[in-house]
Design a protein around this ligand. Structure first.
Ligand code: NAD
Length: 485
């Protein structure tokens, strides 16, 4: 099992065998230092094909297992991850630059819980009643697996995103080809030997590679029946157009630009603590990040002042990792992208830099936690996902205006409203067009509740029993038996 001091696992998992990639060799970096951790050979076209065919062969047998059998294997995966959680957390910290204590406390705990949740959920699914809808015929509904699922993951929470995709797909009886982000394959490759041991041959295959070659190969393949992506909107659009050719089911979890509506009567201290934590967590590389504040006129100035002070106290890039609260961006490209968003925002006279707005001077791909005030609804920085440690503040007078602005977005994933008036909170929550609205909180996810977007944030739900439905199909069985009794 993985221990960061021992050689890193770089083998792919294809048809139950751990094999070296035979495709392009890419360096895997530690974004906290910029140093190469290891080269990884991606899957060749032949290996990608072999992975798909292995999943296809394994499907008939896996689909016939009982929920109890699948549940037991998911529980075994969960226990294995839990037993080696420190080592997996070290890999997440190395490959993403995350503070180790946060990777261990948050990412690994959630990963284990997701496998356990789906192990339980698949055994207590409910559905429609069977019955006679034509005299002499009994109709019943089955929920069956779909087939081979290609799961394509992003880099922000590598092992947790893998769990979100793998657990419900396997629980529902599908087989998989899983492709991690080309930036962050280390934790799932470290899990691959255990998956090979626990699961029947071919049920899960793990291959590395870039989106345009390995990813596109998976999406275009006729034997892949479903594609599940967590990623950028543009990637979702490309996948949809390729998947259309073979009419695949798609499950898309795309970007976000979460509005945070702060009313005059909000608990200011709670808002400051909440946004300091949930606007900057994971260096803002989170699709639910609390990044777009609408602050009512009566609280606006105090909020900007207190939040600015709080954000400037966020600890990062320190030599003592246990003190760090956020890590770097995943790559120089992502850091430069964040930086150019902020530069363009600040080139407008009405935008004020409260704190941050610069790259970190030392090694690693860090960007200073940044708070921008005076932003307007039509500004690019208010409209587009930055995916970095950047939060904007826009002032509003009437609550109806804030709700309209919050909804005036191509995104529809997460949102929050902060007020001590529950009537007001409930009315705002009902009007927001987002997959999730938190009241006096932000960012909290639980395995039991659905997570997913509206509008260009995609569709399809992760977590919860809704996800099991997305990874299965409804079928009607009708039996003619006459009416002889
Ligand atoms: P990305 O879209 O660049 O990459 C995601 C995955 O898609 C990677 O594995 C990549 O290799 C693959 N890919 C890229 N092009 C492809 C193609 N043409 N065909 C097949 N696969 C392809 O996204 P990213 O930069 O890794 O992640 C950041 C994005 O993910 C952000 O927009 C973020 O909001 C989003 N995200 C959404 C959620 C959610 O739950 N909605 C969660 C996390 C991240």
């Amino acid at each position: 099992m993985p221990v960061a001091q021992t050689p890193l696992s770089t083998a792919l998992l294809i048809d139950g065998e751990l094999v070296a990639g035979e495709g392009v060799v890419e360096p895997i970096l530690n974004p906290a230092t910029g140093q190469v951790l290891t080269p990884i050979a991606e899957a060749s076209a032949e290996q990608t094909e072999a992975a798909i065919l292995a999943a296809h062969r394994a499907f008939a047998g896996w689909a016939r297992t009982t929920p109890q059998q699948r549940s037991n294997l998911l529980l075994e995966i969960a226990s294995t991850i839990e037993q080696h959680a420190d080592a997996f957390a070290r890999l997440e910290a190395l490959n993403c630059g995350k503070p180790l204590h946060l990777a261990r406390k948050d990412d690994l705990s959630a990963t284990v819980d997701v496998f356990r949740f789906f192990a339980g959920a698949v055994r207590c699914q409910t559905g429609q009643l069977s019955g006679e809808y034509v005299p002499g015929y009994t109709s019943m509904v089955r929920r069956d697996p779909i087939g081979v699922v290609a799961s394509i993951a992003p880099w922000n929470y590598p092992i947790m995103m893998a769990a979100w995709k793998i657990a419900p797909a396997l629980a529902a009886g599908n087989t998989l080809v899983f492709k991690p982000s080309e930036h962050t394959p280390l934790s799932i490759l470290a899990l691959a030997p255990a998956l090979a041991r626990i699961l029947p041959r071919g049920v899960i295959n793990i291959i590395c590679g870039g989106g345009e070659n390995v990813g596109a190969h998976l999406v275009g393949h006729p034997k892949v029946r479903m594609v599940s992506l967590t990623g950028d909107i543009v990637t979702g659009q490309k996948i949809l157009s390729t998947a259309a050719k073979t009419l695949k089911r798609t499950h898309l979890e795309l970007g976000g630009k979460a509005p945070v509506i702060v009313c005059d009567d909000a608990d200011l201290q709670a808002v400051v603590e909440g946004v300091r934590a949930y606007g900057y967590y994971n260096a803002g590389q989170d699709c639910t990040s609390a990044c777009r504040i609408y602050a009512q006129a009566g609280i606006h100035d105090r909020l900007v002042a207190e939040l600015g002070a709080a954000v400037s106290s966020i600890r990062y890039a320190g030599a003592h990792d246990a003190d760090n609260e956020i890590g770097p961006l995943i790559s120089t490209r992502q850091r430069d992208r964040v930086s150019s968003f902020v530069e363009r925002a600040l080139s407008q006279p009405h935008v004020e830099c409260v704190t941050g707005a610069a790259m970190h001077a030392g090694p690693g791909f860090y960007y200073q936690p940044t708070l921008l005030a005076g932003c307007r609804q039509t500004d690019e920085i208010v409209q587009r996902e930055v995916f970095g440690p950047v939060v904007t503040v826009t002032r509003f007078d009437e609550l109806a205006q804030a709700v309209d602005w919050a909804n005036d977005s191509e995104y529809g994933l997460a949102s929050s409203v902060w007020t001590q008036n529950l009537d007001k909170a409930m009315q705002v929550a009902a009007r927001l067009q987002y997959g999730c609205t938190w009241i006096n909180s932000h960012f909290m996810l639980v395995s039991e509740m659905p997570h997913g977007g509206l509008k260009r944030s995609g569709y399809g739900k992760d977590l919860s029993s809704d996800s099991l439905q997305d990874y299965s199909v409804v079928r009607h069985i009708m039996a003619r038996h006459g009416q002889h009794l």
